[in-house]
Write a protein that binds this ligand. Structure first.
Ligand code: ARG
Length: 587
C-alpha cells in the first residue's frame, strides 16, 4: 500500500466507526504544505449526506485520530477540512520499511494484467523521423512502468510492412533492375539470400516511386497490381518483400536501440494479412458487414454517441484491404498468439477516431471486449512556429539526425559547464549521447502526454530546472556525495531518524514514490513520475545544502543521513530506468 492508501484506510476506518461511508476518509497531499503534510476533505460531504454539522463531524474524526501516536498534529481548517501531520518517528519508521527492499516504495498493482503494448509503428523503407519519437519514448516508459508494477507486457513494434508502398517499391526496383530473378514469373529455383538492395536504395526508391505514382496513373496502377500480386503470394515478390523488411528492420532496430527502446516482438501488418479473409467471413456470418457504394463497412455508431462515428471501412470498392481491416485482423492474431487481457495502442492522438471505430468493431464482432482496448494518444511535438516540427529547410527531420543533433548540443553544454572533462573520447561521446537523449526523452515525457509541446533544445538541455540533464547530474551528484562520505569514514547507512526539516521534507518526498507510480500506471501518465523525480532531486539538494553528512559528529544522525542519501540515489536511479532514460556513471 502507498502512504496515501494507508492513511486513507486509517481515516476511512474512523468514518466507518461513525457509521459513515469510508470513502469519505480519502487522504491526499496537503494543498498547503506549510500548514500540514496531508489533508482529508471528506467530512464536508459526509456531513452534508448525514445532515450533520461539518465542523462538529470533523472535530469528532480529529479527536479519534489524535489518540493515535502516529500523528503529530490533526486539526481542522476552514469549514471542516482535516489537516494531518505525521509524527517524525512514524515518518522514519515508514521510510525505513520502504528503503530496505529494492522497490523503494514502488507500488504493485493489485490486478496484474497481460498487456500487449503496440507502439513504434514505423514503416518499411521509410526512415524513422521525429514523428516516430513520441510513441517510442512514451511507449517504452509505459512498458517499464507496467512491468515494474507487476503486469506482464509484450511490446510489439507493429511494422507498417504490407500496403501499397510495398508494391510501389517492387515496381520501382523493376524499372531499375528488371533482370533480377525476382521479376521472372517462371523462375522456380531458390531466391538469393543476399538482399538486392541496401537501405540507401530503399530510401531513394520509395520517395521516387511514390512521386511517380502521384504524377502518373499508369504507374499507380502498376504499383497497385504488384501489391495485389504480392498479397496473393507471388513467390518472387514475397522473396523481394522479405528482403525489404529485413533491410529496413536492421536500420530501424539500431536507431531504436540508440534511443533505448527495445521491442519484444517485431511483427507487422503482414502478420495479420492471412487472417483477413477468415475474419471477414465471420463478420459477414454475424451480419455485421454492409455494402456502401461498393465498399464493405461495419456500422459502429450507437444511440448514446454525442458525436458522429462513421462506419469502419474494411474493404475499398476496388477490394483493397484497409488500415481498419488490418488492425481488426491484428487483434485476432494477438488473441491467438499472445492471448492478452488488454491491448494498448500508443499512437498519435490524430488517430483517435480510427481506434474508436476499430475498438467498437472488435467488440461487436466478439473479437475482444472494447473496454479492454485502449488508445493512449499523444499530442505533437511542434516547432517554435507552433506547427509540427520541421527542419530549417522545411523537411521532416530524421531520427538519426535528431540523435546526432542532441548529442552535439550536449557535448557543447557539458563543456560549458566544465563537465565530462578529462575522460577518454569514447566515454565523453557516450556521456554526451546519454545526456542528449535524456534531454529529449525527459522533455517529451515530462509534458502531459495529450498536450502538444514545443521543441526547444536550449530549454531541454539546461542543467538547471526540470530537465533530463539536471536529473542525470543530480544522480551523479548523490553518488559522489556518498562515495566521498564513505571515503571520509562516515560509515554505513543506518536507521532513519528525523532531526531537521530538510530530512523531514526529503523523507516525505521519498515516501510519495508509491503514489506517483500508482497514478502514473493507472492513468498511463509518465509525466507524474517525471514530476516526482524532479521533486526528489530538489529535496535532496536542499537536504545536502542544509545537513552535514560525513562531518556530522553524532554517529546515529550520520548513519541516518547516509541512509537518506542512499535511498535518494537509488530511487532516482529507479525512476530514470522506469522512464527509459539511460544515465552515465559519471559526468
Ligand atoms: N504505421 C502506422 C502509421 O505510420 C502506425 C501504426 C500504429 N499501430 C496500429 N496498430 N495501428 O501511422
Amino acid at each position: 500500500m502507498t502512504i496515501l492508501e494507508e492513511l486513507s484506510r486509517r481515516v476511512g476506518d474512523v468514518f466507518a466507526e461513525a457509521e459513515l461511508d469510508r470513502q469519505y476518509g480519502r487522504v491526499k497531499l496537503a494543498d498547503r504544505p506549510d500548514l500540514a503534510q496531508f489533508q482529508c476533505n471528506g467530512a464536508l460531504a459526509a456531513a452534508k449526506a448525514a445532515r450533520q454539522n461539518p465542523r462538529a463531524l470533523a472535530e469528532k474524526i480529529c479527536q479519534t485520530l489524535r489518540s493515535d501516536a502516529a500523528f503529530k498534529d490533526v486539526s481542522i481548517a476552514g469549514p471542516g477540512f482535516i489537516n494531518i501531520t505525521l509524527a517524525d518517528d512514524d515518518l522514519a519508521r515508514r521510510l525505513g520499511a520502504i528503503i530496505e527492499g529494492d522497490r523503494l516504495g514502488g507500488w504493485k498493482t493489485p490486478e496484474p494484467e497481460k498487456i500487449l503494448l503496440d507502439y513504434g509503428g514505423p514503416n518499411v523503407a521509410k526512415p524513422l523521423h521525429v514523428g516516430h519519437l513520441r510513441t517510442a519514448i512514451i511507449g517504452e516508459s509505459l512498458k517499464r512502468i507496467f512491468r515494474f508494477a507487476g503486469d506482464v507486457v509484450v511490446g510489439d513494434v507493429h511494422l507498417g510492412d504490407w500496403g501499397l508502398p510495398m508494391g510501389q517499391l517492387i515496381t520501382e526496383l523493376k524499372r531499375e533492375q528488371g533482370d533480377l530473378v525476382y521479376f521472372d514469373a517462371a523462375f522456380e529455383g531458390a531466391y538469393p539470400d543476399q538482399p538486392p538492395v541496401l537501405l540507401m536504395d530503399l530510401e531513394r526508391l520509395y520517395p521516387q516511386a511514390s512521386a511517380a505514382c502521384k504524377a502518373d496513373r499508369a504507374r499507380a496502377d502498376e504499383a497497385r497490381q504488384a501489391t495485389a500480386e504480392l498479397q496473393k503470394g507471388r513467390p518472387g515478390y514475397i522473396a523481394l518483400w522479405k528482403h525489404f523488411v529485413a533491410v529496413s528492420r536492421q536500420a530501424i532496430e539500431k536507431e531504436y536501440e540508440d534511443l533505448g527502446v527495445i521491442f519484444d516482438l517485431w511483427k507487422g501488418e503482414a502478420d495479420a494479412a492471412p487472417l483477413i479473409q477468415e475474419m471477414a467471413a465471420d463478420l459477414a456470418s454475424k451480419g455485421l458487414i454492409e455494402d456502401s457504394d461498393g465498399a464493405q463497412v461495419i456500422r459502429v455508431a450507437s444511440d448514446g454517441d454525442n458525436k458522429k462515428i462513421p462506419p469502419l471501412m474494411l474493404f475499398k470498392s476496388d477490394g483493397g484491404v484497409t488500415y481498419g481491416a488490418t488492425d481488426l485482423a491484428t487483434i485476432l492474431d494477438r488473441v491467438r498468439t499472445e492471448n492478452p487481457d488488454r491491448i494498448i495502442y500508443v499512437v498519435d492522438q490524430r488517430q483517435a477516431l480510427h481506434f474508436e471505430q476499430v475498438f467498437r468493431a472488435a467488440g461487436l464482432a466478439g473479437l475482444f471486449a472494447a473496454n479492454r482496448l485502449e488508445h493512449i494518444g499523444f499530442g505533437t511535438m511542434n516547432g517554435k512556429d507552433g506547427k509540427p516540427f520541421k527542419t530549417r529547410e522545411g523537411g521532416v527531420l530524421r531520427l538519426r539526425e535528431m540523435i546526432d543533433m542532441v548529442t552535439e548540443r550536449a557535448q557543447a553544454r557539458l563543456a560549458e559547464n566544465g563537465l565530462a572533462e578529462g575522460y577518454d573520447d569514447a566515454e565523453t561521446t557516450d556521456i554526451a549521447r546519454k545526456v542528449g537523449v535524456a534531454a529529449l526523452k525527459f522533455a517529451d515525457l515530462s509534458n502531459p502526454r495529450s498536450s502538444d509541446y514545443i521543441f526547444d533544445l536550449d530549454r531541454f538541455m539546461a542543467f538547471e530546472g526540470k530537465t533530463g540533464p539536471y536529473l542525470l547530474y543530480a544522480r551523479v551528484r548523490v553518488r559522489s556525495v556518498l562515495a566521498k562520505a564513505e571515503a571520509a569514514g562516515a560509515g554505513a547507512p543506518g536507521e532513519v531518524k528525523i532531526t531537521a526539516p530538510e530530512e523531514r521534507d526529503l523523507a516525505l518526498v521519498l515516501l510519495g514514490f508509491g503514489d506517483a507510480l500508482r497514478q502514473a500506471h493507472n492513468k498511463r501518465l509518465p509525466h507524474l513520475l517525471c514530476d516526482h523525480a524532479f521533486l526528489l532531486a530538489q529535496a535532496f539538494s536542499k537536504f545536502y545544502a542544509g545537513c552535514r553528512i560525513a562531518d556530522e559528529a553524532d554517529q546515529a544522525v550520520r548513519a541516518s543521513r547516509m541512509a537518506l542519501a542512499d535511498a535518494s540515489g537509488r530511487q532516482l536511479e529507479l525512476i530514470l530506468d522506469l522512464l527509459g532514460i539511460q544515465a552515465p556513471e559519471r559526468m
